[in-house]
Design a binder for this molecule. Structure first.
Ligand SMILES: Nc1c(NC[C@H](O)[C@H](O)[C@H](O)CO)[nH]c(=O)[nH]c1=O
Ligand SMILES: CC(=O)[C@@H](O)COP(=O)(O)O
Length: 165
């Protein structure tokens, strides 16, 4: 479902596992902070709304979205008890192809972390054509990708727990 004309951040708590026993890591890019801070707040608020305890949420900052991969990897290695990690970034198209390379590197790198480690890493990176698209998706008319990523993180943490043998 495309985001346009939809708000994908609305969720029914009755359909979300209780997050009270889960521990979450959140890695936040400092590029476009007015966007990434909005996504962080959306994620943090949704985690708490679904039962998570603030003391069980750890946040690290990284310079840009490209560094989300290394930051998420080191967070997984540093905290052996995390149930999910949310990687938050915002990449906005500029004049050059740099946008393409950053987006590709981040998406592939986060995918690789999901293969390499047994901790779900959620891809919460807005890759937009312009700043208005980012504003609309970080707490604006199209919802908040941070909220969506938090709900996905809770579901994946529960899936990982249930799959334990
Ligand atoms: N242009 C954006 C960047 N660029 C910086 C890179 O992410 C990286 O920090 C740099 O190449 C050094 O390794 N990052 C964003 O998150 N958003 C952008 O729009
Ligand atoms: C995604 C980027 O790195 C981009 O914002 C940089 O802008 P430009 O392509 O104009 O150098």
């Amino acid at each position: 479902m495309a985001t346009e004309n939809n708000n994908l951040s609305i969720y029914d708590k009755a359909t979300i596992p209780n997050a009270k026993n889960f521990r979450f890591g959140i890695v936040v890019s400092e590029w476009n902070p007015e966007i990434t801070e909005g996504m962080f707040q959306g994620a943090f608020d949704a985690l708490l709304d679904c039962g998570a305890i603030s003391e069980n949420i750890v946040r690290w900052n990284v310079p840009g979205s490209f560094e989300l991969v290394y930051g998420s990897k080191r967070m997984i290695q540093s905290y052996d008890m995390l149930d999910a990690v949310i990687a938050i970034g915002n990449v906005i198209q500029g004049e050059t192809k740099h946008f393409d390379y950053v987006c590709e590197a981040v998406s592939q790198g986060i995918k690789d972390l999901n293969v390499q480690y047994d901790i779900p890493v959620l891809f919460c990176v807005l890759t937009d054509n312009n700043k208005q698209q980012s504003i609309d998706r970080s707490g604006g008319k199209h919802g908040n990708k941070g909220t969506e990523a938090a709900i996905a993180a809770i579901k994946m943490a529960q899936l990982r727990k249930d799959a334990k043998f």
